[in-house]
Write a protein of this length. Structure first.
Length: 239
């Protein structure tokens, strides 16, 4: 049986005078050079290898080039505190690097028998409870297009109160007071102001139709006047 034509290989020929390994390497990379670093085995067994690989594969535009060197990365980040910790940036405007990282404990990890969809839903719930201010900023941008800080500015202009009843929110949810709702025009999407849950529901039930609200006002005035007349008549009869 003939041997691979690569010097000192000694493996049997698979195709084109090459063994299976060298033949596959040539097909895949166009040359016979080893694609893995000589220390690959030691790196792949290192406890930080997966964390480094994730940065290299998924964070190419948001990491420092000095961390292309695995052992430089290991030297900079030190020992992982626990399996529940992952790398995060101190400053999100700058790339991962020796001066811009910290170990952050993960909110949750996937549990046995839990699907990734179930895990993701639980993660989102737990994240919102731990970081309500971040969740609020995300929702304001996603749902209403409000830039960062605009909700807080509107809240300050309204003195923290509903723009209709002029009272603070009294409803609560998930063990804490609710935020004032962002009222917007359903036809144009334009944000109008912040309302409490009761006033926001009232506007919604009226279908944004002023004539319905005017009719409701007249209805209440009419029945209020009748109630006063009845009350006065009963008082006179008692005398």
């Amino acid at each position: 049986m003939s041997e691979c034509s690569v010097k000192d290989c000694g493996k049997p020929v698979f195709g084109n005078g090459l063994c299976n390994m060298h033949y596959s390497r040539l097909r895949r990379h166009g040359n016979l050079d080893a694609s893995r670093a000589k220390d690959w085995g030691r790196r792949s067994e290192h406890p930080l290898y997966n964390a480094w690989r994730e940065l290299v594969r998924k964070k190419q535009k948001s990491r420092s080039a000095v961390w292309d060197d695995f052992w430089k990365f290991v030297s900079d980040v030190g020992e992982r505190p626990s399996e529940r910790h992952g790398l995060s940036r101190r400053d999100d405007t700058k790339p991962f690097g020796p001066d811009n990282f910290y170990w952050r404990e993960k909110i949750s990890v996937i549990e046995g028998g839990e699907s990734r969809r179930e895990y993701y839903a639980r993660y989102q719930r737990e994240y919102r409870l731990l970081h309500p201010e971040r969740a609020l900023k995300y929702e304001m941008k996603r749902r209403f297009g409000l830039p960062e800080g605009e909700y807080e500015a509107m809240l300050a202009r309204q003195n923290g109160c509903c723009n209709i009843c002029k009272k603070p929110e009294t409803a609560s949810g998930k063990g804490r007071p609710k935020n004032l709702a962002v009222d917007h025009c359903h036809a144009t999407g334009k944000v109008r102001s912040l309302l409490c849950s009761a006033c926001n529901t009232m506007i919604g039930q009226a279908k944004d139709d002023p004539s319905i609200l005017r009719a409701a006002i007249e209805y209440l005035k009419h029945h209020s006047e009748n109630t006063n007349e009845i009350s006065q008549g009963e008082h006179q009869h008692a005398d």
